[in-house]
Design a binder for this molecule. Structure first.
Ligand SMILES: [Zn+2]
Length: 260
């Protein structure tokens, strides 16, 4: 495992364990949605270009952020449906309301998407092996060595050259997660990804022997790329499943990870 991947995975795991931390500096009990702008902005009818990587437009249904000043200070009484830290000094049995595996891995994918510098779409992916170990994470961005300011991030203009857009250059989250893998084989692994994979990523997923794709958004379902993707994934017996959860996860406050 490279130091860079190990560091990234460790950071993701640590962040996953901290997802209940409240944002104490924000107004109390003010509920926001992750990538709210995506949730409130319907897909443009002019979205006729290549499928884009997408952040969390559908994930807002399942992973909201509850900014609650009191949540951490009074950790024993988390709001119903909230997943995160609790404290019950009198309890002698195990805690039940833990973060489910699906939510945990999709949250890591969402968290990874926050690293993307794409101004229009942020996508994250998290690959998990059959023993529930995270073996690869990624987000969309330019190839290694290609500076973030050296290539265009735009979506192009009518009649313009594709060379002036991001599309020929961006590595999708799925590709990066696969390339970042810290094990020899991805045979039998699941991939959690915030957007249904395009046809190019579907090829990589199939060739890497990933056997299940769990996704949040299917924004580009009707495009030819996604149709081709579904066709190939189906033929290759790669299971696809839309992520669903009613849980909510609190924001992270790095300055308040273990209050008294
Ligand atoms: Zn792709």
């Amino acid at each position: 495992m490279s130091a860079r991947v190990a560091s990234a995975l460790a950071a993701a795991a640590a962040a996953g364990a901290l997802l209940y931390l409240s944002a104490k500096y924000l107004s109390r009990r003010r509920r926001l949605s992750i990538a709210k702008s995506e949730a409130t902005s319907p897909a443009s009818s002019s979205d006729s270009g290549p499928p884009e990587e997408l952040g969390t437009d559908k994930c807002v249904k399942c992973i909201d952020v509850l900014f609650d000043d009191d949540a951490q200070a009074d950790a024993g009484s988390a709001p119903a449906g909230m997943i995160g830290w609790t404290r019950d000094n009198n309890r002698s049995t195990k805690r039940e309301a833990v973060l489910p595996w699906d939510d945990y891995f999709m949250a890591v994918a969402v968290l990874s998407s926050y690293r993307s510098k794409d101004p229009n779409r942020q996508v994250g992916a998290c690959i998990v092996n059959p023993t529930k170990r995270i073996v690869g994470i990624g987000y969309n961005g330019f190839p290694v060595g290609c500076g973030d300011d050296a290539l265009p991030w735009g979506r192009g203009t009518p009649g313009g050259s594709s060379l002036d857009t991001k599309y020929p250059y961006v590595c999708h989250a799925e590709m990066n997660a696969i390339m970042n893998k810290n094990c020899e084989s991805l045979d039998g692994c699941k991939m959690y990804v915030t957007l249904f994979p395009c046809n190019e990523c579907a090829k990589l997923i199939i060739q890497s022997r990933v056997t299940e794709v769990v996704y949040c958004s299917d924004r580009y379902h009707a495009t030819e790329s996604m149709t081709a993707s579904r066709r190939m994934l189906s033929l290759a017996n790669v299971k696809t499943r839309r992520f669903s959860s009613t849980n909510r996860i609190n924001a992270i406050d790095f300055n308040n990870v273990d209050p008294a």
